[in-house]
Design a protein around this ligand. Structure first.
Ligand SMILES: Nc1ncnc2c1ncn2[C@@H]1O[C@H](COP(=O)(O)OP(=O)(O)OP(=O)(O)O)[C@@H](O)[C@H]1O
Ligand SMILES: [Mg+2]
Length: 215
């Protein structure tokens, strides 16, 4: 089982939206997916209440020990992908999620405040020696800000592709209890999320190959 964690202390950057979008896109791509929500706000649990499809299943967990137990159980049940949505600030839970993840995704809007806010998260990820990538989210369709933000984020490490543009479909899908790839499968928003999932999948496979090469 592979595990992805969406992490950054900046509120509203898109952790929950991307967790849901990626989880559904991965499920449509053949993965057996479970979303673990460690944020008391319950964005994902509320989304699941509005949903008719029971998959991807969602459960709320709090604290590192509970998270580790849940992940072990999911692996033993044959899930192929766990997606962890995290709160902005509860550092104990966030650290546990980072530790458990094969890949940490750090969403950031193209603004200096979002990019700066990723600093402590990045420190924690580096301390734990984990793989990570930034995801530029809620980007304007085209603007110099994207280029500025991309270069700033690239300087700090990997930037996932494509950038996820600010589009109403993401918000409407959330409200409808769907992933954006279910809500409007032919939209640009869906296309971007599917492409982001493909990037994430490849990246996780890449690090597996690197590990095999070292062993
Ligand atoms: N690409 C996007 N286009 C349009 N709206 C978006 C996009 N990504 C996120 N949003 C919207 O922005 C708001 C914040 O997103 P979200 O709740 O996913 O952030 P978060 O990082 O989980 O926040 P928190 O730290 O509070 O949990 C939501 O209303 C969401 O629908
Ligand atoms: Mg959230």
């Amino acid at each position: 089982m592979k595990t992805i964690a969406l992490v950054t202390q900046k509120g509203g950057s898109g952790k929950s939206t991307l967790a849901i979008g990626l989880a559904v896109a991965a499920q449509q791509d053949g993965e057996t997916v479970f979303i673990l929500e460690t944020d008391k706000q319950g964005t994902v649990a509320n989304w699941a209440l509005r949903r008719t499809d029971p998959d991807p299943a969602v459960d709320r967990v709090s604290g590192g020990a509970e998270l580790d137990r849940a992940l072990a159980l999911l692996a033993s049940k044959g899930y192929t992908l766990a997606v962890i949505d995290t709160p902005g600030v509860d550092s104990v839970t966030v650290t546990a999620a980072i530790r458990a993840a094969d890949l940490c995704l750090i969403p950031a809007r193209p603004s200096p405040a979002d990019i700066e806010a990723a600093n402590p998260t990045l420190d924690a990820i580096r301390k734990l020696g984990k793989e990570f990538a930034f995801v530029l989210n809620q980007a304007p369709v085209r603007s110099y800000r994207i280029n500025e933000a991309s270069s700033a984020l690239n300087m700090w490490g990997v930037l996932a592709l494509p950038h996820i543009v600010q589009r109403n479909d993401h918000q409407d899908a959330l409200g409808a209890g769907q992933g954006v790839t279910e809500f409007s499968p032919d939209s640009k928003a869906a296309e971007e999320i599917r492409a982001l999932w493909a990037w994430v999948k490849k990246r996780m496979r890449g690090s597996e190959n690197e590990l095999r090469a070292i062993a």
